[in-house]
Design a binder for this molecule. Structure first.
Ligand SMILES: [Zn+2]
Length: 427
């Protein structure tokens, strides 16, 4: 048996036995003894060695899987894939600098990030390989292929993986972005951006946070280590979508290509359906619907001046006896026929809905001898059963869909009503 071939079988065994149960040398010499001295078949020899070290013989039959079929926890898997990117990176492990590699692997069924402590010299960007003995784990909400010292790269012809440029990285519009959709390509205009320095496990890093827009909407982004300029139109290839505070976030790092393009992108914010938002949330979105419920706790409320808690009495559970601060808010349910959202409306917009300031409400309440129920009634009359346009951040989480309302406009049923509202706004 050729030495290369023997090493391949050693790899297979190493991968099928518990870590630390035997060294490569032990496995190699035992395997050689079975093969040469005892004349056992390769198949039987490997199984015997695996059993001896308490391993799982099922892991021996290196399974060829498509990238689209990979699952977290897969071990001893073989993929035939194109190496899309090879990015070396220096990291510090226990005080020692090490060079690692990361990038993307792709086949006709999907794209997956990889991480390697080391890569054989023959592995090049764009090359197609049969990659034997990889592990798959879930890391930061996405699958990642781990390449170890037991992984082998066998060069394959280019046509072993069809070139599917448009499919390996999904070309998406901003409104389509949702967590776990894999690598995406997005083109958009940088509407705002701010640079900051953050401390991470491998040192201080520069990160740019901002908002990117296209004709379908806006999304928050973070760019790790790559400067992004306000006003620029950029094409990002290989970014992924994470979640931040119930909204999708486009995450760019050294794995992706960011280029400035001459393309003109018109940023718009079309009305989106609530069913669309229920699945992913959205940054600064616009929805239209009818208010079907005004929740208790809407209208005139009192808050603890120190922590902002809504209080029913003059006593805060944390701060004890306080002089509560008056406030106005609305908690209402908007329905657009496809779904519904809880809308939270702050004081300023509640004042516009009422056509009264908080001070006027407080005065009026005094005349009513402290009975403020007229506020809830006025809000109900103004909102319930009527069509409104709502703008704000849509948070999709385990509690459902919540819109933190930044703007609220009646959808004019007649001109008079709209004129009345516009006049209120001018007050
Ligand atoms: Zn308090």
């Amino acid at each position: 048996m050729k030495r290369d071939e023997l090493e391949m079988h050693v790899n297979d065994v190493m991968n099928a036995i518990p870590e630390g149960s035997a060294s490569r040398e032990e496995v190699r010499s035992l395997l050689t003894r079975y093969l040469n001295d005892l004349k056992v078949s390769v198949y039987e020899a490997k199984r015997t060695v695996v059993r001896k070290y308490g391993g799982d013989v099922h892991l021996l039959s290196s399974r060829i899987k498509k990238i689209g079929d990979l699952r977290a926890g897969d071990r001893g898997v073989t993929v035939i894939a194109r190496v899309v990117t090879v990015n070396p990176k220096e990291i510090t492990v226990e005080g020692v600098k090490r060079r690692v590699f990361y990038g993307f692997l792709t086949d006709e069924t999907g794209t997956v990030p990889y991480f390697a402590w080391q890569l054989p010299g023959n592995v090049k960007k764009g090359g197609v390989y049969k990659i034997r003995n990889v592990q798959v784990r879930e890391w930061q909400d996405k699958l990642e292929v781990r390449i170890s010292e037991n992984t082998e790269f066998i060069e394959m012809p280019q046509d072993a993986v069809p070139m599917t440029r448009k499919r390996d990285i999904l070309v998406a519009k901003v409104a389509d972005l949702r967590p776990r959709m894999g690598a995406v390509e997005v083109t958009g205009k940088v509407l705002s951006v701010e640079r900051s320095i953050v401390e991470t496990s491998d040192g201080m890093k520069e990160v740019w946070h901002g908002v990117l827009g296209d004709e379908t909407g806006k999304v928050q982004f973070s760019s790790w280590g790559v400067a992004v300029e306000e006003g620029a139109v950029i094409r990002v290839r290989g970014a992924y979508v994470g979640t931040f505070r119930g909204m999708p976030t486009l995450v760019m790092d050294a794995r992706c290509e960011i280029e400035e393009t001459e393309e003109d992108v018109e940023v718009r914010d079309p009305v989106v359906s609530l069913s669309h938002l229920e699945k992913r949330g959205g940054y600064d979105v616009r929805a239209e619907g009818v208010f079907i419920d005004i929740k208790a706790g809407s209208g005139f409320i009192k808050r603890c001046p120190q922590c902002g808690r809504v209080l029913a009495t003059t006593s805060c559970p944390v701060h004890g006896h306080v002089s509560p601060k008056p406030d106005l808010r609305i908690k209402a349910v908007l329905d657009d026929g496809t779904g519904s959202a809880h809308c939270i409306v702050n004081r300023e917009i509640t004042e516009r809905v009422l056509g009264k300031t908080l001070e006027e409400v407080v005065e009026e309440g005094k005349e009513m001898l402290g009975d403020y129920s007229f506020v809830y009634e006025a809000i109900s009359e103004r909102l319930l059963g009527r069509p409104w346009e709502v703008r704000g951040n849509a948070i999709a989480d385990e509690f459902g869909l919540t819109i933190l309302v930044r703007d609220l406009k009646p959808i004019a049923v007649n001109v008079e009503e709209e004129a009345e509202f516009l006049l209120e706004e001018l007050r």
